[in-house]
Design a protein around this ligand. Sequence first.
Ligand code: BES
Ligand code: ZN
Ligand code: ZN
Length: 503
Amino acid sequence: MANIQVHLHAKDISTLNGDTLVVFTKPNAVKDKPAKITHAETSKALDSALEDKILTGVNGEVLSFREARFLGFRNVISIGLGADNKMTHETIRQAAAALYKEAKAIKTKEFFVHLDGIATSQNDLVEYTKAFVEGLHLCSYSFNELKTVDQKKTEVMQAHLVTKLGKNKAMQAAFNEGTILAACTNFAKRLGDLPGNLMTPTILAEETIAAAKGTSLKVTAWDKKRIEKENMGGLLGVARGSAEEPRFIVMEYKGAAATKKPIAFVGKGLTFDTGGISIKPSAKMEEMKYDMCGGAAVIGTMLAISQLKLKVNVVAYVPATENMPGSRATKPGDVHTARNGKTFEINNTDAEGRLILSDALVYASEQKPQFIIDTATLTGAIVVALGNIHTGYFTRNAAFKNKIEKAAVESGELVWNMPLVDAHVKDMKGTFADLSNVSSAGGAGSATAAGFLEQFVDADIPWAHFDIAGTAWACGNRLNYCTSKGATGVMVRTFVEIAKQYV
Ligand code: BES
Ligand code: ZN
Ligand code: ZN
């Protein structure tokens, strides 16, 4: 259930009344002068707070004035935005989250946000509104559906965004886009937060099919028989140790002429990673329910693209399985054959993500797409390299890299380009098969994993691999519009921005 409803109004704020009014404060460009409130009028309480420099307008400042009784409102919350020349839509996302927290803290059930004045141009106002609605929806996500206590019906917060552009087409489109992007990101978070027993490959496929109902997305889920027929030896090899059947989820969206090549997304849908026979240590193993977050990101991306009705053709593939040490499980040293006929020896059954992705990348390449993007919680090494701040991505295509960087600026998600060279590929050569699933050299574990994946992508197709092992869950309080514990839905918003560049 949503915790917040956000509405867009084309009204004059002075004609409205309600519980709480939200105003924005910025520092005065003239040094030592009181800060400025973006709202045209102020109240006595606000004026004296400005005079006394209690309200300074610095970014991150949140101040409540209870019973301020200003215009038709009982309370006022002021949100500091910082100087105009330092403001980005990321500032606005953070401001939205700060506001939501404060509104909850002062127990208000509705607030009215006067958006005019936060930006200096109409274009920015539209962009900022998108970011604002996105921030509100993202930060209000919670995962409580499995708790029987503390489930007191919390009232849904009502957020009213008031702007003179409320009836403007571009504004309404931006509002709609922000809402969809956040809702689909939150959808991906929920898939990630569901525990392994309630998020099996079969359930992942069912949830995807259910979510696509009513959209123009076509979703099919191949069962084990079909996967065998399709020669997906990597996926089958990993699934051997589990009582749960694997699934290969296929999603198609047609938003452009049939003659137009699709773009392709692939996501690791490992619903629980024990490590298999090369079993993981017990500590924090519960976190391996998040090993399907790459798949969840791709599913969320497809839902968003279809709801936004982007004029682009898209295909997406999610190989889904558990990695368990059952009696028929793949053993270290076993050799399996991927869909393209390449053989790999499995020297560590915990390096399973690359195996299930290999078949999906081969299948994606066969569709001759304009590009392939894959995303996976692939390596612990990326967490060592980048922590939980940046998602590391690999591509050898400079033009594609530019597109990715541009998209990430739009989304506000932090990404970092990592090196991938022939030496990394060489380290993945097998002794008894074409490839080994672990590197023969020490270090650069994320790059050698990327080098392995590259062996399954058609060389003519621009390809990028996003390793989200550090960013897929528990981003802490760094991004205050994310929950401090749980899945983040990372990459959905960036991937949609990339898709928008292909319309
Ligand atoms: N799912 C893990 C990667 C992972 C580790 C994600 C920690 C998030 C946090 C992946 O399947 C894995 O176990 N990779 C191994 C590969 C190694 C055996 C070559 C790793 O990174 O340790
Ligand atoms: Zn693993
Ligand atoms: Zn894994």
